[in-house]
Design a protein around this ligand. Structure first.
Ligand SMILES: *[C@@H]1O[C@H](CO)[C@@H](O)[C@H](O)[C@H]1NC(C)=O
Length: 245
């Protein structure tokens, strides 16, 4: 019991490392009719500012955005090809062309973000083991995919939490990344001509190719969720958005 009181007291002291939004961030008022427009500008600006880390908010630089713990596994080597993407780096995220934000308040609040970019490049370590038709594939190499004019559609769901200074708490993140065109750079074989042909054909049919891994791309969601969570954990609602109380 004594321990319980002690730990409760400790967590009251340390759980809320409350931080104000940096002055370079625009703060919007939920009661204004132009709230979503203000929020769109604020987030667009914030994304551009992430060409450097913002330690006060626990935010890393997105120039580039490194995901050293990323893993995505597709297929299996017994019946075809097992592919493993790890350790991804994204380039291009700090140069959005447009940002459209829409916040819907409720017992569960939803932040819908559509962010478009001229180009986003994904680089990763890549392993493939198995067979393509009957040809053996067994490589530990690199992979690159380039998305032209992609829109990243993010849906964040949040609930209010905490006594005293209330915070939003992220409960789910959904991400869809929709390019106008995608170019693949696979290195599966020693034969360059064969690799080039595979990459050309994959790029030509990029919608179909990406459709195959659409569900697996959810592996990106926690990394984008972590960015918002970092801010929500540090900045109380009253410092994040005006007009909510
Ligand atoms: C993978 O991680 C290493 C460091 O462990 C790094 O040097 C390399 O650039 C990374 N590759 C990608 C594509 O991020």
């Amino acid at each position: 019991m004594r321990l319980n009181i002690a730990t409760t007291f400790m967590s009251m002291l340390f759980v809320c490392s409350c931080t104000k939004l940096p002055s370079s961030f625009k703060k919007c008022n939920a009661k204004d009719s132009g709230f979503n427009k203000c929020l769109s500008e604020a987030i667009h600006n914030a994304i551009q500012q992430l060409n450097k880390p913002i330690p006060a908010l626990g935010l890393p630089s997105l120039n580039p955005f490194r995901l050293p713990t990323f893993q995505m596994r597709v297929g299996n080597r017994k019946e075809g090809l097992e592919q493993l993407w790890k350790n991804v780096t994204l380039h291009g995220l700090t140069k959005p062309t447009t940002t459209i934000a829409k916040w819907t308040f409720g017992s569960e609040s939803t932040l819908q973000l559509d962010v478009s970019f001229p180009v986003v490049q994904f680089d990763s370590d890549f392993e493939a083991h198995g067979r393509v038709v009957l040809l053996a594939v067994d490589v530990d190499t690199t992979f690159r995919i380039t998305y032209e004019k992609p829109t990243f559609k993010l849906t964040f769901k949040m609930i209010e939490s905490g006594q005293g200074s209330k915070h939003f708490k992220l409960v789910s993140t959904k991400l869809d990344m929709l390019p106008q065109k995608a170019t693949f750079a696979y290195n599966l074989f020693d034969n360059k001509v064969l690799n080039d042909q595979i990459n050309e054909e994959s790029s030509k049919k990029f919608m179909e190719t990406l459709g195959y891994i659409r569900e697996d791309l959810a592996a990106f969601e926690p990394f984008f969720g972590n960015l918002l969570s970092a801010v929500l954990e540090k900045v109380p609602i009253s410092d994040l958005i005006d007009g909510l109380n």
